[in-house]
Design a protein around this ligand. Sequence first.
Ligand code: SF4
Length: 384
Amino acid sequence: MARDEFKVTPWEVSGKVDYDRLRELFGTSDLDPPLLERLERILGEPLPPLLSRGIYYSHRDLGWILDEYEKGNPFFLYTGRGPSGDVHLAHLIPFELSAYLQRRLGVEMWVQVTDDEKFLFRSDLSLAETRRLGEENLLDLLAPGFDPRKTHILFDTVSIRHLYPLALEVARRITFSTAKAVFGFTNQNNIGSIFFTAIQSVPCFLPSQIAHRPIPCLIPCGIDQDPHFRLTRDIAESMGYPKPALLHNRFLAGLGGEGKMSSSANRKDDAIYLNDPPGEVERKIGKAFTGGRATVEEQRRLGANPEICSVWNLWRSRFAPDEGEFQEITRTCRSGELLCGDCKARIIPRIQSFLAEHRERREKVRAWLPSAIVGADEDPATRP
Ligand code: SF4
């Protein structure tokens, strides 16, 4: 792959992603200042870092979602997780934004756990393992603070009888040739993986079907998930439902400095996991890729480059919520006043205390999680 080439699909991200070009390729819209100002007015307070610092940078139909909200027709949120391993900081981003939007606007939240997808796409994982991971992952992903009365989980292999009729309606409208064009399937793909996008579409429509009226749907997700929902949007109106709107985030950079924070087995040091003990955080940040110079003298003289630094990306996403502090870190990094060793020593305790607090919040989710899983009470044998 040439230096400026990259690949982004729901299952693979490689190369150095050019986000503006990706937005053009996918045909999505820029999350521009007028739209952000409108969102800020509706939220009634300054935007959180995920929105104000360009981490969410692209959308589909957000303006329409806000029009409907202001007309008294609130949206519901939908995001999900394919459980293939432990949860790391990057996985938390759409859930943190969703929890924030739910708190500010009081909207309903739907979460899909695609244990079936990971079983179909990962030949090294059994279904029992993807289900176990799904349950564990939910404790982490719901820890940012959701309202249990307004949060509903679609755990695919448990909730399937609620998903299947609508999945069939979707599947009948998508040809194999379209699925091939969008996802790049070949004759070697198993037939379950080809059907899977129909299952992932269902949460966009299920709340409308239950309410017997069209309810707008907003999906915060990584931009790599956009192809699924492009298909969903194409067939939504023929099913009598509104097209789901999307808010796309950039990927949190991996600590190795290469592309997206990854949980691949050979890149375990690339990510901070939510169950990393304090010593692991220190070790991983200690060896993280930075935008610093080869020597202290050079850095003092020339300054560093925050834009390419994995540590700066952590500051940007959540570890410097105070805007003044974030600006000061960025300025002193560029000027050479801040050295990478000091910067790392400053962020390590922030991450460690965030993870300690996260683990307390995670335990609180246990109490209400089973009752939020759609269909879990119908057949105890199918409970995860
Ligand atoms: Fe990154 Fe901090 Fe070094 Fe700047 S000073 S390049 S933000 S580690």
